[in-house]
Design a protein around this ligand. Structure first.
Ligand code: MN
Length: 488
């Protein structure tokens, strides 16, 4: 995982005298150091800024340094905001305004005008908030005491969203083959995506992959087989099929690592020279944090890698997913999600099994090996990025995943069962109305608020389908957003 950090920039002015400024600097350093112990990334105190020149200099430096994933600002004292304009106007990193104060309580006996001059965040942060509003800057405002658990959780989530932006800006996607013939929703403007999200999406020949596979040694395959056996139960006698998947995985990983790619897509319609669609291979690559999209869906592939990086430990429980079929019994309405083969084991409730089965679709000469398991229960989201022509729309739906209510013993793939919000059928109506794809990223540890922040940082449209969404309200919202985004 790459080193990332955030900078803590504290606003003040030179009217208070050195003694006050020293206290502000000392406390700000203490807050940053204490928060760094509980936040997912270090927060580095940089400066108690008293001038336009100081603020401009530190923001230029934050822009320049790759390891800086964002800035967090606060005003312990008053900090006249005209001195922030030049710096903020040049800011190219995610920005969070932490409206906090050092103390929790107003000290009844001690409070005097010296205390008031030192502890002015309540009006300092309002002056600071005005200038970001005036500059129409995308930023996150988080209010509360810096030691409060809810504040720390929200700051953590915001940091993860900002890291998602950094990962997005560095994203390179390796495409094997084109999109599945005639499919619309997996298409998209790669130039627009690179401009807005930073992704470099390019194609490599399937023949190059086959050549790379031919160069994989038996020793390399043996080593990966050890890793498979350590993580999964082998529930097939067809070891040859598993070894073939290992060969595919090694070759794909070598090509991606050589090019710096963190995501890939392929299609069952173009496997020329390969005996099996990569199943287990794609699944185990996803378990290592790589993004994947089936049927040439490079958008969902990159999004999978980004959500994984935003999750716990920099490789969370997020996965490429597809809505397959419904259970429509009244009171038991659920979606069944799966894919032909490629569901990431980070979703698994129990240890996955490696199985081999016939795959009727596409050009598979041999039965591909794949991981089979049930997904975990719990609250989650599904995420879809679509190209509306002229702009990108990110759709997030809240879902409740359940232990699959049926054993489905003859289903030869990993499966997840969930109920969409606000209820399955209304949720389906809302999703279809918004244009959401059949491919999604399903995540247990990235939240809708994180995705909203991510979309705001990258300046793309965001649509959230929640417990409270109705199709009528959503239609109106989409109509208004369509107008707004055409004007931008
Ligand atoms: Mn698919």
């Amino acid at each position: 995982m790459k080193q990332r950090e955030f900078w803590f920039i504290v606003g003040s002015q030179d009217l208070y005298g050195q003694e006050v400024l020293d206290i502000v600097a000392e406390r700000s350093a203490e807050i940053a150091a204490e928060l760094s112990k509980v936040l997912p990334y270090p927060l580095i105190y940089k400066v108690t800024a008293q001038s336009n020149a100081q603020i401009t200099k530190i923001i230029k430096e934050a822009n320049y340094r790759d390891e800086v994933a964002g800035i967090i600002t606060w005003c312990h004292t008053f900090s006249p905001s005209k001195m922030w304009i030049n710096g903020l106007a040049s800011l190219q990193k995610p920005y969070c305004h932490l409206a906090t104060q050092y103390n929790v309580e107003i000290p009844n006996e001690e409070i005097d005008m010296d205390f008031m001059n030192l502890n002015q965040a309540a009006h300092g942060d309002r002056e600071h908030g005005f200038i970001a509003a005036r500059l129409r800057m995308p930023r996150k405002v988080i209010a509360g005491h810096w030691q409060d658990e809810k504040v720390i959780k929200r700051l953590s989530d915001w940091m993860r969203a900002a890291v998602g932006v950094a990962v997005s800006k560095e994203m390179k996607v390796m495409r094997f083959g084109d999109n599945m013939r005639e499919v619309a929703v997996t298409e998209g403007d790669k130039v627009e995506v690179q401009k807005k999200l930073g992704w470099q999406v390019n194609t490599w020949a399937v023949g190059d992959l086959v050549k790379e596979m031919d160069a994989v040694t038996e020793a390399e395959i043996d080593e990966l087989m050890e890793a498979y056996m350590a993580s999964y139960d082998i529930a097939t006698d067809n070891i040859t099929a598993i070894r073939y998947q290992a060969k595919e995985e090694i070759a794909i990983k070598k090509m991606m690592d050589r090019e710096g790619c963190k995501a890939f897509s392929n299609t069952f319609q173009d496997l020329y020279g390969m005996e099996q669609l990569p199943g287990l291979a794609s699944q185990h690559l996803m378990a290592q944090g790589y993004g994947y999209g089936g049927e040439g869906d490079w958008k969902v592939s990159a999004m999978t890698a980004i959500l994984k990086a935003m999750g716990e430990g920099g490789n969370g429980a997020s996965a490429f997913m597809e809505d397959y079929t419904y259970h429509l019994v009244e009171g038991q309405e659920y979606s069944l999600g799966a894919h032909m083969l490629e569901v990431c084991p980070s979703l698994a409730a129990d240890k996955p099994r490696i199985e081999t089965h016939h795959l009727g679709i596409g050009m598979n000469e041999k039965d591909p090996a794949r991981l089979v398991f049930e997904g975990k229960a719990g609250p989650a989201i599904v995420v879809s990025l679509i190209d509306m022509g002229g702009r990108l729309r990110l759709i997030v739906q809240d879902i409740e995943a359940v232990k699959p209510i049926l054993p489905m013993p003859n289903l030869p793939v990993a499966r997840v069962m969930w109920r969409a919000m606000p209820d399955l059928l209304t949720g389906v109506e809302c999703w279809i109305t918004a244009g959401g794809a059949h491919h999604t990223v399903l995540s247990y540890d990235v939240t809708a608020e994180m995705m909203r922040d991510w979309a705001k940082m990258l300046d793309i449209e965001f649509v959230h389908i929640t417990r409270d969404t109705t199709p009528e309200k959503l239609e109106d919202e989409l109509l208004v957003k369509d107008l707004i985004w055409k004007l931008r």
